[in-house]
Design a protein around this ligand. Structure first.
Ligand code: FE2
Ligand code: FE2
Length: 260
């Protein structure tokens, strides 16, 4: 079944010279020539000095506060996974590229404060993407995805469209040993311990069965499966809602056993 491409604001086709064709199309029949495109490339965003500085500084600040890695590794991975979610569900290149850009920029608000970083990141992205020449329709898609990805404000992030859903799935599934910055296990907090115990994390998107599965390998000598749910229940709820918005069922396997 083809996804409904009308769930993010359509590009402005009323002007005399539209930048791209936003007409909903059959994703199975498109060619490179007729694909809709974002008005700014991911590569341009990735190479922007201000974006890079923000990511680097946000990661530094979170390190001071004792948070796990949120730098180029995390945002690069989230960008790739969000892009893959859109691609595997047959969304067009505009969806793919906007989700990639949102993934890369989603944590820049941490440079201001951990609290409310989704909202501040959304506003920062507006300024930067507008400066770089992205059109307003695309800026709004990226802004609203970043603004709804969840932060420490006590409320769960809630997807508002398909690009936001792809971002949430990508971001919340990044639990991995390589995110832990502390080198001495004696100093680990619960999140460090859980991340360190996770030796493999893979988000499998199966269009045929309409299923998104988070496949985890956990060293249970370091952290229990129960602990995973205890710590990450809010993340799992966000992932379930995000998958549902994309008409997918969310599943989790831990050490090859279906647990959700
Ligand atoms: Fe975040
Ligand atoms: Fe993140």
């Amino acid at each position: 079944m083809s996804p409904d491409h009308a769930d993010i604001p359509a590009a402005d086709v009323s002007s005399a010279e539209p930048k791209y064709d936003a007409t909903p199309i059959d994703p199975d029949s498109v060619t490179d020539e007729v694909r809709t495109r974002a008005s700014l490339s991911f590569e341009a965003v990735k190479g922007d000095p201000e974006v890079r500085e923000l990511i680097s500084s946000a990661n530094r600040n979170l390190g001071v506060l004792g948070f796990t890695e949120h730098g180029f590794r995390h945002v690069g991975l989230v960008a790739n996974i969000a892009n893959n979610v859109m691609a595997r569900l047959h969304y067009d290149e505009r969806h793919q590229e906007l989700s990639q850009i949102a993934g890369y920029m989603h944590d820049v608000g941490n440079v201001i404060s951990r609290h409310g970083h989704a909202s501040t990141g959304a506003l920062l992205s507006h300024t930067i993407l507008t400066r770089m020449g992205m059109n307003s329709e695309d800026v709004i898609v990226v802004m609203s995805a970043i603004g709804s990805h969840g932060d420490d404000s006590g409320r769960l992030g809630e997807p508002v469209h398909s690009v936001a859903a792809a971002l949430i799935l990508a971001d919340k599934s990044d639990v991995h040993r390589s995110r832990v910055r502390i080198t001495d296990p004696a100093d680990f907090d619960e999140h460090d311990q859980m991340n360190y115990a996770t030796t493999s994390s893979f988000l499998r998107v199966d269009h045929e069965t309409a299923t998104v599965t988070l496949e985890l390998q956990i060293d249970t000598s370091m952290a229990s499966v129960m602990k995973y749910f205890e710590l990450f229940l809010p993340r799992m709820q966000m992932c379930r809602r995000a998958a549902n918005l994309l008409d997918q069922t969310f599943r989790i396997t831990i050490n090859d056993v279906v647990v959700l």
